[in-house]
Write a protein that binds this ligand. Structure first.
Ligand code: ADP
Length: 201
């Protein structure tokens, strides 16, 4: 994406991330869930959000379908549009994390390069990539939105896992096998990681 504007300066706001973290009891971070459709990203994001909220955290979910209804409604599913979709989401997630929130993003985000670009927007340790992993057959069998059925019938072009690629993370901070763990255990795994890395204190 080309930069169109010049003469823009970054304004300092006299409130540091540390001050926000001290008040909230946690740092602002991005928990980036990636995986096939039906792997369990949304379900885990919702479960984790509720648990963190009940613990008193500032937490918010950015979810694929919701963002495509608004901010990214001009984008489709071509590789270029997927790249721009993830670029904008990365920028928005970064803003929420800067505001002190724990942001859970729930997007297939199939391309490694695009996820790495989102990672590079944040300080080391503030981008937590979670590979939500279940075999394609399991995801297809779950088919919570009936999308695999449509994709197999040729009604959805460029469907990840069927007719478009998915590049699994090489070094995710966490991998969650949702064909082996329950939803509850999956959320606990994320929260355990946040404790271990002193994101929560
Ligand atoms: P995605 O957001 O990745 O497309 P969803 O969360 O919409 O996936 O759907 C995942 C489906 O798998 C849901 O029907 C959910 O109940 C089921 N499921 C079974 N086990 C798990 C698990 N451990 N974690 C998350 N979802 C699970």
């Amino acid at each position: 994406m080309k930069k169109k504007s010049t003469n823009i300066t970054w304004h300092e706001t006299r409130l540091t991330a540390n001050e926000r973290a001290k008040r909230n009891g946690h740092r602002g971070v991005v928990i980036w869930l990636t995986g096939l459709s039906g792997s369990g990203k949304s379900t885990i994001a919702v479960e984790t959000q509720v648990k963190l909220f009940e613990m008193g955290c500032q937490v918010y979910i950015l979810d694929g379908d919701n963002i495509r209804h608004g901010l990214n409604k001009d984008l489709g599913f071509s590789p270029e549009d997927r790249e721009e979709n993830i670029r904008r989401i990365g920028e928005v997630a970064k803003l929420f994390a800067d505001a002190g929130m724990i942001v859970l993003t729930s997007f297939i985000s199939p391309y490694r390069k695009d996820r790495d670009r989102a990672r590079n927007l944040l300080d080391p340790g503030d981008f937590i990539e979670v590979y939500v992993n279940a075999p394609l057959e399991v995801c297809e069998d779950r088919d919570p939105k009936g999308l695999y059925k449509k994709a197999r019938a040729g009604e959805i072009p460029e469907f990840t896992g069927i007719s478009a690629p998915y590049e699994p993370p090489l070094k995710p901070e966490l991998e969650i096998r949702t064909d082996e763990l329950s939803v509850e255990e999956s959320a606990e795994k994320i929260i355990g990681y946040l404790r271990e890395k002193s994101v929560l204190f």
